[in-house]
Each structure stands twice: as structure tokens, then as C-alpha cells.
Design a protein around this ligand. Structure first.
Ligand code: 2AM
Ligand code: CA
Ligand code: CA
Ligand code: CA
Length: 279
């Protein structure tokens, strides 16, 4: 891992430090949640650990960079358009930190060890630093724009599979039971016979990190928010992969229906999702 990627007091060093500290604290609280609330729907959980971790990260970041803006999942009004609204409000920010303190809260609450801390820094709307930390496995995924993506110092590269029938893919079950969930059930039904297998492991940020690491050839999910995907999108791009929306249009932080891949299976995946949506 080149010195520059986490050297000194750089943005990346602060992001890594926050993710490690918050992750360690989150992990120490596994099994001792005292307050479990629902937010927008019964599928939308939040604990005191989500809120405490976000506060910890926010304080650390703003201590280092008091002029920067901060967008965290637990700092906005919940709802389907929460992320779009916040991005709109913060569109003037030169430096914007985008944080999901626990991505995979449902897993966390149930002791299923697949959740992550996601921290990204965007400069004029473009992600320049992305860190995803998996406390259960102590895996730290780090990317800096133009400098590659690393897992614990080892350079990551996306998977080499060039067809869906040789690919392991992941997706997510959206919380919206009316439109997005039925739509993705159709996609799953269409894709399942065409791929080697599918996983739905419950953390979008970690799924993206796994695409970057070459453990998955692709991932798609509907109704995501900026904090789910900001850090992971840079991991994927810097590992040589491709990000887009579900129609194959260019990725940006406002995209909600996200497709990520190793690049080689991207068009095939988009085409299958398009066909599934028409049936
Ligand atoms: P979370 O754990 O931070 O809420 C799993 O499919 C993905 O969906 C996770 O990234 C999870 O993030 C997110 N998710 C869970 N509940 C959600 C909801 N009600 N609305 C939007 N995204 C949600
Ligand atoms: Ca949530
Ligand atoms: Ca999330
Ligand atoms: Ca979260």
C-alpha cells in the first residue's frame, strides 16, 4: 500500500481512523442493544449504537475539518427521499462527508456478522475517499480516487468472470413492499437461473466492497441512499469495476437503483434486469 493512501493527517487517514474506532465500539456492543426502534417502517431498524457511532464519527471528522459538511443516515429525517433531499440541500458543499455508521443494522441486531461502517468524502459531488470497515472480520477496505483500492494494504482487483453463468452475484431485499420489493423479486427470479448463484447478505456497502475484492462479480439493489453506496462505489471503480444505474446510465450519488460489477458482466446484467422489468 503506497504511503500516500493513508499517510499523515490526510483525509484518508481520518476516514480510516473513524471507521476503525467506530467499528471497534460497534462490535463491543454486539448482543447488548438496549434500545431498538423502527424508523420509517417495521423493516427499518435503528439502535442507540447506530446513533452513537454516527455521533462519534461526526465529532472526529468535524474536529479535523471544521469547514467540511457532514451527511449521515441518522442525521436526516427518515423516508424514501431522505438522501436525495439532503444531497440537494448540501449541493453547495465543497467537501461533503457521507457516512453510514452501521450498514446492515438488521444483521447487527440479530448477531449475523455481516455489517459495516461506511465513510466517504466527496469533493464537488465526486467521491475522492471511500472506506468500508467490516468489524466482524476486521477487514478494512480503502480507496482513494486515482490511487487504487486496497484491503488491508493489498491492492484489490475485480473478478475476472466474463459471463453471468460463471458469476456469483448479490442483491438486496428493499424495504418498500409495494413497488421495489416485488420488482426485485422479479429480477431475482429472472437472474437466479442465469448465474452461478445469488447472495442477499444484507449490507450494500459490504457487497460493493466484495465486488471490488473480486469475491462477487456483480451486485444490484433498488432504493439505496447515498450513504449506502458512496464509499463502496469508489472501491469498485478503483478496483477496475463499473458502477451505473439500473439502466446503465452513469453513476452519481443520487442514483437509487444501483448496479455494480467487474465491468465484464455489466451489460449482460443490465440487459437481464431490463428484460425482467418488462415481464
Ligand atoms: P441499513 O442497515 O443502513 O439500513 C440491505 O438490503 C441494505 O438496505 C442495507 O444497506 C440497509 O442499510 C438498507 N436498508 C435497510 N432498511 C432500509 C430502508 N427501510 N430503506 C432503505 N434502505 C434500507
Ligand atoms: Ca437504516
Ligand atoms: Ca445503509
Ligand atoms: Ca445504517
Amino acid at each position: 500500500q503506497p504511503e500516500s493512501i493513508i499517510g499523515g493527517k490526510s483525509f484518508t487517514a481520518v476516514a480510516v481512523n473513524c471507521a476503525a474506532k467506530a467499528g471497534e465500539w460497534i462490535k463491543s456492543k454486539v448482543g447488548s442493544i438496549t434500545q431498538l426502534d423502527t424508523k420509517y417502517s417495521m423493516h427499518d431498524l435503528v439502535t442507540e449504537v447506530d446513533k452513537g457511532a454516527e455521533r462519534m464519527i461526526r465529532n472526529l471528522i468535524l474536529t479535523h475539518f471544521p469547514t467540511h459538511s457532514f451527511l449521515g443516515e441518522e442525521g436526516v429525517e427518515p423516508g424514501p427521499e431522505a438522501s436525495a433531499k439532503a444531497l440537494q440541500e448540501m449541493s453547495e458543499s465543497e467537501y461533503l462527508w457521507i457516512v453510514d455508521p452501521i450498514d446492515g443494522t438488521t444483521n447487527y441486531v440479530h448477531g449475523f456478522p455481516f455489517y459495516s461502517v461506511s465513510i466517504a468524502l466527496a469533493h464537488q459531488g465526486k467521491v475522492i475517499v471511500g472506506v468500508v470497515y467490516d468489524p466482524s472480520r476486521d477487514e478494512l477496505f480503502v480507496a482513494e480516487r486515482g490511487k487504487g483500492a486496497y484491503v488491508h494494504g493489498r491492492r484489490m482487483q475485480v473478478a475476472k468472470e466474463n459471463a453471468l453463468n460463471k458469476s456469483l452475484l448479490a442483491t438486496g431485499f428493499p424495504a418498500d413492499q409495494h413497488v421495489a420489493l416485488p420488482a426485485n423479486m422479479k429480477s431475482i427470479q429472472a437472474l437466479a437461473p442465469k448465474v452461478r448463484n445469488l447472495r442477499v447478505a444484507g449490507s450494500a456497502a459490504l457487497h460493493l466492497a466484495y465486488v471490488a475484492a473480486g469475491r462477487l462479480s456483480g451486485f444490484w439493489e433498488y432504493n439505496l441512499s447515498a450513504w449506502d453506496i458512496a464509499a463502496g462505489s469508489l472501491l469498485v471503480e478503483e478496483a477496475g469495476g463499473r458502477m451505473s444505474d439500473v439502466a446503465g446510465q452513469p453513476f452519481h450519488l443520487g442514483v437509487r437503483n444501483v448496479v455494480a460489477s467487474n465491468g465484464l458482466v455489466h451489460d449482460e446484467l443490465i440487459e437481464e434486469l431490463r428484460v425482467a422489468a418488462r415481464t
